[in-house]
Design a binder for this molecule. Sequence first.
Ligand SMILES: Cc1ncc(COP(=O)(O)O)c(C=O)c1O
Length: 438
Amino acid sequence: MSQLALIDGKPIIADSFTPAQTIGEEELSVATEVLKSGNLSGFFGSWSDRFYGGPQVRKFEEEWASLFQTKHAISFNSWTSGLVAAVGAIGISPGDEVIVSPWTMTASAAAILAWNAIPVFADISPKTYNLCPESVLKSITPRTKAIMMPLIFGSAGGLIEVKRIAEENGLILIEDAAQTPYVRTEGRWAGTIGDIGGFSLNYHKHIHTGEGGMAVTNNAEYAEKMRLIRNHGEAVVEDKGHEDITNCLGFNFRLGEIEAAIGRVQLGKLPNVVERRYYAGKNLAKMLEDLPGIRLPLIDQEISHAFYIFAIGLDLEVMGVSRNTIVAALQAEGVPWVYGGYQNIHLQPMYQRKVAYGRDSFPWNLHPEEEHPDYEKGICPVAEKLHDQEVICLQICQHDYDTRQTELVGEAFLKVWKNLEELRGWESAQSSPVKGNP
Ligand SMILES: Cc1ncc(COP(=O)(O)O)c(C=O)c1O
């Protein structure tokens, strides 16, 4: 009889983990207060004292700026909105190129296209899963205006090197720290090192307001431009006397008062939530460190990883069994939120067919076809191989991961590795390949 639950053994984890829950009585109380006030949004889309939002929004922004030691924090109704505002605020023009990673949530690249600028995908590092500095350097052309650096999974690995490249080449750096709040690198907060950075407050993140986002910057001009883009800038610039109206086309990207009030309470919980994930990730890494064929996340300093996702790279030659079979075995052991692969944005139909606005390849058609960036499979070999074959993602942010749960997940890994020989035999007996995300 097999030990492995995938075959006919008993799973290590019998009960499902309860989903992470950061919302409690305090959030209920502040949301109720706002409801009682009847003032659910303090914004007006015109130049008045309500242009910058209501009292909860303003306090939320002040408190965020203070915690992250930045001059400005600008709230949004999502970080997707924040990303669009950030790309607009740097004065991007149609046809400008922005270097971005294929390993991110789709909005990091879509925000570039939103201003008719052109995403150029650089490869990632197999150690950090963030942009590879050498690949960024190779992707720079005379049209490059900025680098959009997603800090993926909770790690700011490679950020300092990419910042140096941006400075040396006169490029603007936007950090997409959606998954990486309250993480330090070289003594500074991830998200605050580039020209603009920001965080997601959607329901799946470390702390949340249901939907929401927060941009941070020390640049007053970028901050004000983001506020104009957030709140119908075109209707505001004249009365405000705002001289530089570049990209002041505005939207309604405003955060509500209830969400802001909840966000203020959540912000108070952030250090503790991230610290818990960090120690869970670190303890899990300790349990797995001697397993053959495994590359663990980089944890180089204290609280240097928020462990939104605990990503594991496999050396397939050592393993002798496919990544998807290992994922299936871990899932059968009851490990929650574990899956094979992550993303390869450049392979989405929009990039493959270069169809974003209308049918004529706009904005790519602003330039001669031979100068269009290449989005073919093969342009980001590291990202593609990791996604297709080598990476396992464990989305630990979905649960609280107390000591016992961390141990159980570690034990599930140890059990699968102990029975690799049997797993190899099981895999070769299958009539069709195992899927990564059954
Ligand atoms: C890396 C990254 N960028 C951007 C976003 C978009 O954030 P939001 O869902 O708040 O719009 C996300 C959300 O998951 C993300 O993970």
